[in-house]
Design a protein around this ligand. Structure first.
Ligand code: SAM
Length: 188
């Protein structure tokens, strides 16, 4: 199935290595698996996150997936908008995803999808082209990003294959089956 038609970058705000290691990694892995080409984490630099996601990409494909940590969100957001990109901020306070997703899908502009940390600066709400709510209940960055990308790609991204994958899953009703690139089958 064909690749995404937009350039999508996901930005997670406010990373602190000790507190957020797992969550930030999971946001990055979700971005990679569900159609983004880059993941940026703001806050403190964290090479562990970059290494973990890179290792996944090396094995499961999408080796060109870019991971940056310690990015300065203000500078990046301004640059993104100057370069005619669109900023989509996911927040429970925004417009319901189902009311704006068609407009977002129609636009060909590169999309920067922003998910928050504990406290999102008011400036983000103002700079965003869209503040989008995945329902109006508080849940999580991973849930919000997953559902947003699923709506954007109308579920198709779950069927995309990454041509440079070394490992692939052969779906089975029970157990685990992994196929290596050279077609050697390995049942675990
Ligand atoms: N009060 C926050 C808000 O504005 O959505 C919820 C904080 S939640 C712990 C952290 C992040 O998860 C938020 O900044 C947002 O990006 C995302 N999030 C949580 N619930 C969401 C929802 N219902 N819709 C969209 N994004 C959500």
């Amino acid at each position: 199935m064909s690749a995404p038609k937009w350039r999508i970058t996901v930005l997670k705000l406010d990373h602190r290595p000790e507190r957020d290691k797992r969550l930030t990694t999971h946001v990055g892995l979700t971005a990679r698996a569900f159609g983004a080409s880059e993941f940026w984490s703001a806050g403190l630099k964290d090479t562990n996150i970059m290494d973990t996601i890179q290792q996944v990409s090396n094995q499961w494909g999408k080796k060109d997936f870019i991971v940056l940590t310690g990015v300065k969100w203000k500078t990046r957001l301004r640059q993104w908008k100057e370069e005619n990109g669109e900023v989509i901020h996911l927040t429970m306070y925004g417009l319901h995803v189902d009311d704006v997703i068609d407009d977002i899908r129609r636009s060909q502009q590169p999309k920067l999808v922003v998910v928050g940390g504990p406290k999102v600066p008011n400036q983000i709400y103002q700079l965003a082209d869209y503040n989008v709510a995945v329902g109006h209940q508080p849940h999580s960055e991973v849930a919000a990003l997953s559902i947003f990308l699923d709506r954007l790609f109308e579920g198709q991204m779950l069927r995309w294959e990454f041509p440079d994958a070394v490992l692939r899953i052969q779906a089975t009703s029970h157990g685990k089956r992994i196929i290596e690139a050279e077609e050697k089958k390995r049942a675990i």
